[in-house]
Design a protein around this ligand. Structure first.
Ligand code: AMP
Length: 511
């Protein structure tokens, strides 16, 4: 099984259906399929690439991305989609780490890579004569592929250290698609999927179940709230993957409340915490059209999920608590909460989330040390802490490295962040630790104030915490900042915040 088989099937079924709309124009499924066959032919014959060779994709979201991805698969090769927002040096590192034999790149990225003057494989840039000659090569049909062959080397976002390449097989990706149909939505050629986040990451993974069913892909070069809201007004049955920060930005766009957003079918969000206060506002604006996913590149976004029904079940006694959870294990996925020795901790107790399913990566690319840590007896150790209630709902606490231990007590930043976000003056916040001579660590909160509110101050935030959480958990200091450092995927970089605290002069440390 090779994912590009299903593209061929769907292109025969709905050849004239719009497949990809982007700034580069519109491709029907027949045209998409033909481009894929030409690109695959070029990769095999012109570039002489043999099955298993890696081909990097360094493209902004554009009309060429998906044909390149499926062209690589059709040729029996492995795709290495790289986040194009990374610095050229970081991109070059990933290309080298993956030992890619060819790079398919947007023109600007091809130029930036060439300017580095480091050893790189051949680069074919979109829009050039070389690209056009790819599209003119002799087309080929799908090369028979073992379902356990490498399909996608998914480089983790690397919020700490160098990114690691999770090896995802065709079977892993197909399983993720089937779990989408089982838990999120059944889709077909009447559906529409918007990619407003990088296709090299979550947005690209969620494009797959839609392509395999012949849905219309709208590929946006970036995330512009007005453009996305317009799409909800113009198209029907629209689904979209959004990081929680993107959902919040859509909700905070003043136009959202008044516009006709009935075209939105499903907003899939996840990849970072979504706070209950923000989620409730979002449901108020768009309705219960949300599906929360919990996953990792290592188990492509498929470990647990909070379904649309769960978002709509307002009369349930545990509704609020469930909104704050990451839902139940996805269909076909096992999920457990264990202690350091792999023993189940029991209902309600906090431990590390581990998962086993056909979705779990084969391993990290050339990284035995990381593999020994992450994969044990087929279970993926996620590095996330959480607990599961009697009904199977899993509430994520934090990444184990973000947990704070103060005076011997475990403090989970997310709990404090949830409280701070209920303050009308707080737009965003992040809670981190700072070393403390007596307590081991102490809690410090970084806060971004809402522009349209009267501002925030440490006194009112402290009062709010005292009213809602145990005294020992409340922050010992507040830093009101203009914005929070974020990765290219919109994740808050807590490591950078901890570094900011380490650089502060001693007199700044007390508030
Ligand atoms: P990545 O592999 O870069 O997508 O990052 C995966 C990590 O994002 C997970 O290990 C979690 O720490 C975090 N994450 C994913 N989904 C959620 C979610 N629904 N809520 C909170 N954090 C999440």
């Amino acid at each position: 099984m090779n994912l590009s088989h299903s593209l061929a099937t769907v292109a025969r079924h709905v050849p004239n259906q719009r497949a990809i709309t982007s700034d580069d124009g519109v491709l029907t499924y027949a045209q998409f399929e033909l481009q894929v066959a030409h690109i695959a032919g070029a990769l095999r014959t012109r570039h002489g690439l043999a099955p298993g060779a890696r081909v990097a994709i360094v493209m902004d979201n554009c009309g060429a991305f998906l044909p390149a991805l499926f062209g690589i698969w059709r040729a029996g090769l492995t795709a290495v989609p790289v986040n194009s927002k990374l610095h050229a040096k970081e991109v070059a590192w990933i290309i080298g780490n993956a030992d890619a034999r060819l790079v398919l790149a947007s023109k600007a990225h091809a130029d930036a890579l060439t300017a580095l003057r480091v050893a790189l494989p051949e680069i074919v840039a979109t829009g050039t004569a070389n690209w056009l000659s790819l599209l003119a090569a002799e087309p080929i049909t799908t090369i028979p592929t073992d379902p356990d062959a490498e399909a996608w080397l998914f480089y983790t976002s690397g919020t700490t250290g160098r990114p690691k390449g999770a090896v995802l097989t065709h079977r892993n990706l197909l399983f993720a698609c089937h779990a989408y149909y089982a838990d999120v939505d059944f889709v077909d050629e009447r559906d529409c999927y918007v990619s407003a986040a990088p296709l090299s990451h979550g947005a690209g993974l969620y494009a797959l179940p839609h392509i395999l069913r012949g849905s219309h892909q709208i590929v946006l070069p970036g995330f512009d709230t007005g453009e996305v809201l317009d799409i909800f007004a113009r198209y029907r049955r629209v689904s979209m993957f959004a990081a929680p920060t993107m959902v919040t930005r859509l909700v905070n766009d003043g136009r959202a409340a008044d516009m006709d957003t009935s075209g939105l079918k499903t907003m899939i969000y996840g990849g970072a915490p979504m706070y209950v206060a923000d989620l409730k506002k979002a449901i108020g604006v768009f309705g219960p059209k949300f599906f929360q996913l919990y996953g990792q590149g290592e188990a492509p976004m498929t470990i647990s999920g909070l379904t649309k029904r769960m978002h709509a079940d307002v009369d349930h006694a545990s509704y609020e608590e469930r909104l704050g959870s990451a839902g139940i294990a996805r269909t076909g996925c096992a999920m457990r909460v264990v202690d350091g020795d792999g023993r189940d901790v029991g209902v309600g107790a906090i431990g590390e989330i581990i998962t086993k399913s056909c979705c779990v990566m084969r391993g990290y690319w050339n990284n035995d040390e990381a593999n020994a840590n992450a994969l044990r007896d087929g279970w993926l150790w996620t590095g996330d802490l959480g607990r599961v209630d009697a009904c199977g709902f899993m509430t994520l606490k934090d990444r184990s490295k973000d947990m704070i231990i103060s005076g011997g007590s475990n403090i989970y930043p997310r709990e404090i962040e949830e409280v701070l976000l209920t303050h009308p003056g707080v737009l965003e916040c992040a809670v981190v630790s700072r070393p403390h001579a007596d307590w081991g660590e102490e809690v410090i909160a970084f806060v971004v104030a809402r522009a349209d509110a009267g501002g925030v101050d440490g006194v009112s935030l402290d009062r709010l915490c005292l009213e809602n959480i145990a005294r020992f958990k409340r922050p010992k200091g507040y830093r009101v900042v203009a914005n929070l450092p974020k990765s290219n995927y919109g994740k808050i970089l807590k490591t950078e915040l901890r570094q900011i605290l380490m650089r502060e002069k001693p007199e700044q440390t007390e508030d």
